[in-house]
Design a protein around this ligand. Structure first.
Ligand code: FES
Length: 154
């Protein structure tokens, strides 16, 4: 009786041990966009064109308010991994907040540049180009729209 229980227990353990790698292999896969040929049937034109008054801002995600971004500094929108800068008053620009050196997220600052906390790279508020540090490539520009105090993705 105890031998059977041991076998069952061992076989149960083996099943768990086999199942763990399978679960782990599935955990990090977020790229599950399967091409579905059934959805690419004849396109119908003229359905729902929402360009009636142009006020709807094309799905531009809100990033920050102008007051969040210091003149001569930058503000990191952590959720979007975007850094918004204001090199001169009223002039806003945005870049990816992912450092081109090894991928750390840069920091908000009012010190005249975009600093990376990991290895000390700094980037230009004006064009995202590297100013110092190990990073040698610029931060990619992101198109934004500024409407009054609201800054959003274009
Ligand atoms: Fe930014 Fe290394 S990751 S300086």
């Amino acid at each position: 009786m105890t031998a059977i229980n041991r076998r069952r227990a061992l076989s149960g353990t083996a099943a768990v041990a086999v199942g763990v790698p399978l679960l782990a292999a599935c955990g990090g896969d977020s790229d599950t966009t399967a091409t579905d040929p059934a959805t690419s049937t004849s396109p119908e034109e003229g359905s729902a064109s929402p360009s009636e008054d142009g006020a709807a801002s094309g799905g531009g995600e809100a990033l920050a308010s102008a007051a969040d971004v210091p003149v001569g500094g930058c503000f990191v929108v952590a959720a979007s991994k975007i850094v918004v800068t204001q090199p001169t008053e009223g002039d806003f620009k945005a870049f990816t907040a992912v450092c081109t050196h090894q991928g750390c997220v840069v920091e908000s600052s009012s010190d005249g540049d975009i600093p990376c906390p990991c290895h000390g790279s700094t980037f230009s508020l004006e064009d995202g180009s590297p100013l110092s540090g190990p990073a040698s490539s610029p931060l990619a520009a992101v198109e934004i729209a500024v409407d009054g105090d609201a800054i959003s993705l274009a």
